[in-house]
Design a protein around this ligand. Structure first.
Ligand code: HAM
Length: 446
């Protein structure tokens, strides 16, 4: 006799979330809006694998960065000993693919991607170990026009989503030689204040002092605020580039704050960097970040190719939408089919197919754990589905060759019910839905 195995309940991995139907409307709203906005600027989709060679991220993002030092999910492929990493962001993989497939051989490219990223961070509101990013990479453009266009695209996106409380923070971190001069000044400054540095900052003082400016430690904010500013070290060309970006933003009435502390978390950036920040999400208020990364493609083995891009965190955008009162609970269908008796059930199946042929979304009541359910129980389901209409097939209706059509959206107490011949019921419901105020809930496909 086989022994029954003890049941063990398994939960999701910490910091990795399920997206449940209650939020599906909001996710779809964000996904559809982003896709339509990026298309309106000529961006084309690409998809890269979730797993890449670890070296790609170490070289691309920089060895002395939070992501590479502490946050990567890295594992050894047991078959061949390769070190692989779950992608912590999308730029490195996009650049790898651009080089591998020689995508910019004939012209620059505007690219976008969407998918899960993985960082082993301490989970909290707005900070997860698996999170979704929409990313845009404009590859082969020298700017500053493309830098500004990316920012204009973001503004359009926030407008289309109805997001209000987002501010643009802007900075230029110059090029390598300007950063080298600034670096020397930074080291001198932090050496003078060694006693105020935390462990991370002490370790980075000589390896990557710019990263100290990116600290999340509140006790170091004052020290960091007084540090030499990179903007003061920019030479003619970088200065002109930054002025160029600002001029386009000014002309298009995009407000921004120049934030000299904004250095971003990866080493691949140069010149323009920006973040869109909200005060409504507590400490994880950056919903989008990016900038120019001219050195990266060459660093990854490609021909020198300028580039600029950004990525936005979808969970944070959804949380902000909720914070600002968005409600996108979705109707499951246009029509819910209620039936009683074997003949009615078989007729309902046929009717369901005919309604779908006409472009309607239809849920047909099927047996649940407690059986089929009486009319009352089925009507409760119909109401809960958010459908505009319930079609009812019982023994009486079948005998008469009709369906009862019930408008579920009428005022309480006056929800009309009509009897319509089975052969005419599809047309009747389509017409009723089109002429109804139920328009907003219409799923009818064109
Ligand atoms: P990032 O600033 O690291 O940039 O991430 C972009 C956005 O992803 C953040 O602003 C935030 O909204 C979201 N995000 C980051 N980490 C988490 C997390 N642990 N949980 C939830 N959301 C998160 C990049 O990833 C660059 N690749 C952007 C870029 C593209 N730069 C040039 N091209």
């Amino acid at each position: 006799m086989s022994e029954k195995k003890k049941a063990v309940k398994v939960n999701a991995v910490k910091g990795m979330n399920d997206m449940l139907p209650a939020d599906a409307g909001l996710w779809e709203l964000v996904e559809n809006t982003v896709q339509s906005v990026v298309k309106s600027y000529g961006y084309q989709q690409m998809r890269t694998p979730i797993v890449e060679d670890t070296g790609l991220f170490v070289r691309g993002l920089g060895e002395v960065t939070d992501i590479v030092e502490k946050e990567m999910y890295t594992f050894i492929d047991s078959l061949n000993g390769d070190s692989l990493t779950l992608r912590p962001e999308g730029t490195a993989g996009a650049v790898r693919a651009v080089i591998e497939h020689n995508l910019t051989y004939d012209s620059p490219k505007r690219l976008w991607y969407y998918g899960p990223m993985f960082r082993h961070e301490r989970p909290q509101r707005g900070r997860y170990r698996q999170f979704y990013q929409f990313g845009l990479e404009a590859v082969g453009f020298t700017g500053p026009d493309i830098d500004a266009e990316l920012i204009l695209l973001c503004r359009r996106l926030w407008d289309d989503l109805g997001l209000q409380d987002v501010e643009l923070h802007l900075n230029s971190i110059g090029d390598a030689s300007e950063r080298a001069e600034h670096r020397a000044a930074l080291i001198a400054y932090f050496e003078k204040h060694q006693d105020q540095l935390d462990e991370d900052a002490k370790r980075r003082l000589y390896s990557n002092p710019l990263r100290i400016l990116d600290t999340k430690n509140p006790h170091m904010q004052k020290l960091v605020d007084g540090a030499p500013k990179l903007l003061d070290y920019l030479k003619e060309e970088s200065r002109a580039h930054f002025e160029g970006v600002r001029a386009i933003l000014d002309k298009n009435a995009v407000p921004y704050i120049i934030n000299p502390r904004l250095v971003r978390g990866m080493d691949y950036y140069n010149r323009t960097v920006f973040e869109w920040v909200t005060t409504k999400l507590g400490s994880q208020g950056t919903i989008c970040g990016g900038g120019r990364y001219d050195p990266l493609i060459e660093m990854c083995g490609g021909k020198p190719t300028p580039a600029c891009g950004f990525a936005m965190g979808v969970e944070r955008i959804i949380e902000l939408l909720k914070e600002e009162g968005a409600d996108f609970s979705q109707a499951q269908c246009d029509v819910y089919l209620v039936h009683q008796g074997a003949e009615a059930q078989s007729e309902a199946m046929v009717l369901g197919e005919r309604l779908r042929d006409a472009g309607l979304d239809v849920v047909l009541h099927c047996a649940g754990a407690n059986g089929m359910g009486n009319f009352k129980a089925q009507m409760k389901r119909a109401d809960a589905s958010g459908a505009a209409y319930a079609l009812i097939l019982g023994e009486d209706e079948i005998a008469k060759g009709v369906a009862a059509v019930k408008n579920l959206r009428g005022e309480q107490g006056e929800q009309q019910q009509a009897e319509v011949a089975l052969e005419e019921v599809v047309e009747y419901v389509v017409d009723a839905i089109i002429s109804d105020d139920a328009h907003e809930h219409l799923h009818l496909h064109p």
